[in-house]
Every structure is written in structure tokens, then in C-alpha cells.
Design a protein around this ligand. Sequence first.
Ligand SMILES: Cc1cc2nc3c(=O)[nH]c(=O)nc-3n(C[C@H](O)[C@H](O)[C@H](O)COP(=O)(O)O)c2cc1C
Length: 220
Amino acid sequence: MKKHITNQELLEALNSRYATKVFDENKLLLPEDEETIKEILRLTPTSLWLQLHRYIIVKDKKLREKLKEASFWKQQITWSSLLVVFAVKTGFWKHDIQKYLDKLQEVRWVDDEKKESIMDRISTFILEDNEKYWIENYEEWQTRQAYIALWNIITSLSLMWLDSCPIEWLNPIEYDKILGLREKWLKTKVALAIWYRSEDDGYQNEKKVRYSQEEMFIEM
Ligand SMILES: Cc1cc2nc3c(=O)[nH]c(=O)nc-3n(C[C@H](O)[C@H](O)[C@H](O)COP(=O)(O)O)c2cc1C
């Protein structure tokens, strides 16, 4: 089967990616790029298919100004063409599983009996067998799903010749207040500023600082 992209092209894109600090004000995202970005995020897989995290796209300039203050005055927050905040749910309930199963039934025809058995399996796994683990750690587990989405989009953007900067160093409580997320049963975890790099961004010429394969891999 033909590869979507050659190994060399893929590594070139990944080597060219860096946490971009200065953007080109003359280049804005095209509407079709924004649509593709949303679709890439939507296609990100999640554990047990549950899709519990949410993406908040912040366009409003006043909100962005407030978020900048809550992000230790990072320019990327107001400069970027697109700002995505990754949030997770403040709780996890049986109706979240039901919602997924209804969607499953709508998309792939499954009968009620099969639906019932999937519900049993998922809730046994989450709510009974691992009761302590899941209830105490559901937030950490959801956060992992949000970070998978974060890196999925960052890698994909590099293939689209688009640039980005993940922003973890922010005040999540302030973000939640500014965006009214608690009313939506959501909590901020991380943000991503998306844009085109400026030629003046010196970071793009810096060598990658990474340990060697020998250091990072243990082969058995
Ligand atoms: C999860 C995550 C959170 C990050 N948060 C920030 C941040 O808050 N501010 C920032 O300037 N860079 C942030 N970065 C960028 C990293 O510092 C950067 O990716 C790392 O130094 C490696 O450099 P490179 O991405 O340019 O190869 C973050 C990166 C990751 C993966």
C-alpha cells in the first residue's frame, strides 16, 4: 500500500516543528484550515470511545486579552490566529456512557441487546472493578485524553505547514472563570495557540535538544 507521506517527508515536518513564539501577522488561517483543524481534533481517539473532553475555540478579542493576563502575559494568546483551550469534564456519570451508546446506535446499527451488553462491560470496567481508581482518577484519565488530542493536532499542523505553541503554563482556575467553563461542567487543562511562524522567530533556527535513541529506548 502506498504511504500517505514518505518517511523522509514526515521526519522533515516533525523536525521543522517547534514551539513557535513569534507569528507572521500578514498570514491568517484560511477558513478551510480552521475546518480541517476542527476535524482533526474531532477524529482524535479516546479511551473507551467516551470523548469526554471538549475544545473551546476562543475568537473574542476581549476574552483573549483576559486570558493573556491569566497566562502570565504570553503574547501567543492574543497574537495567534486560532486559540484552542482543551477542557475536561468536572465529573463523570453513567449518562456519559449512555450518550456514547446512543451515538453508536445511530452511526453503526447495534440492537438494544448489544447496547445493553456494552453498557454493562464499560460500567463494570469503570464503575465497579476499578471503582476506586476511576472515581479518584477520572480527571487525570480525562486529562490524558485531552493531551493525546493536543499532540495529535500539533503533529498534524506540522504536516499542514502550520505552526503552534502549546501553553500549559496558565492559571486554569482563572481560565475557567473567564470562559464560564464551570457552568458548562468543564475545567481547563491546556491551551494551544495556532498560527504561521514569522521569519523573525529565532527559535526556528535552533537545533532540537533531544536525548539519543540509545538513551530513550530500551530494547528487549
Ligand atoms: C505539554 C506542553 C506544554 C507546554 N507549555 C508551554 C508553555 O506554557 N509556554 C511555552 O512557551 N512553551 C510551552 N511548551 C513548549 C515546550 O517548552 C517545547 O515544546 C519544548 O521546549 C521543546 O521544544 P520544541 O517544541 O521547540 O521542539 C509546552 C510543550 C508541551 C509539550
